[in-house]
Design a protein around this ligand. Structure first.
Ligand code: TYD
Length: 210
């Protein structure tokens, strides 16, 4: 039985999710214990799977293998981190969750979205976030930000073509259209303080104002 609040954070690469999450933490802490985590990863077994998925040397990875590894990492993360945090009544902020698989492996790689929905459901036992903040940014702007901030620490997904990243963004916009109650779009091209303010306003209205 879920008692906490489950918020996932999504967006194309370079949307600045991590910086926004960091700045939201002190505000959320006024309302309860906050737990932050990320996918793929978040717990030791899933972090090992992450290393396999994102290793730039693994250029030969099949698309379905990639999908199944993300799904496997999600399952382990759910059991060890997400469910316990929600059962303890925490405010849980997860950097990427089910929508990343639909956007990247579905729209990006071209795998069947219905298969991905099924696999997500299988891995999560149907658990869906209470709210998903979708940070929207022009693909080229996002990739330029990554190039500026990460130096040579580039992962296998970052090396993919512009076309893939464009399809990923379209994927997110399509999920947003289909599930407007769960996903809220935030303009991530704005200055960081404004992005944080917009995100906070959505969270506050949804959970902390009556
Ligand atoms: P990461 O360095 O954490 O990227 P970011 O900081 O943008 O979140 O790498 C995670 C990569 O994995 C990112 O490119 C998105 C991708 N991804 C998928 O393709 N499918 C998934 O299900 C998940 C969770 C992530």
């Amino acid at each position: 039985m879920q008692k906490g609040i489950f918020i996932s954070v999504e967006g194309p690469d370079g949307a600045g999710k991590t910086s926004v999450i960091t700045q939201l933490l002190p505000r959320l802490a006024d309302y309860g214990k906050v737990v932050t985590t990320r996918e793929p990863g978040g717990v030791p077994i899933a972090e090992k799977i992450r290393e396999v998925i994102l290793n730039p040397e693994h250029t030969g990875m099949d698309d379905k293998t990639e999908l199944l590894l993300y799904i496997a990492a999600r399952r382990q993360h759910l059991k060890e981190r997400i469910e316990p945090a929600l059962e303890a009544g925490n405010i849980l902020l997860v950097d990427r969750f089910i929508d990343s698989s639909v956007a990247y492996q579905g729209f990006g790689r071209g795998l069947n979205p219905a298969d991905i929905d099924w696999l997500n459901h299988f891995a999560t036992d149907g658990l869906v976030p209470d709210l998903t903040l979708y940070f929207d940014i022009d693909v080229e702007e996002g990739l330029a930000r990554i190039a500026q901030t990460r130096g040579h620490e580039v992962n296998r997904l970052d090396m993919e073509s512009l076309g893939l990243h464009q399809r990923v963004r379209e994927g997110y916009l399509s999920i947003l259209n289909k599930q407007p109650d769960r996903l809220v779009k935030i303009d991530a091209s704005q200055p960081l303080e404004q992005v944080v303010a917009d995100a906070w306003s959505v969270i506050e209205t949804r959970f902390f104002k009556d």
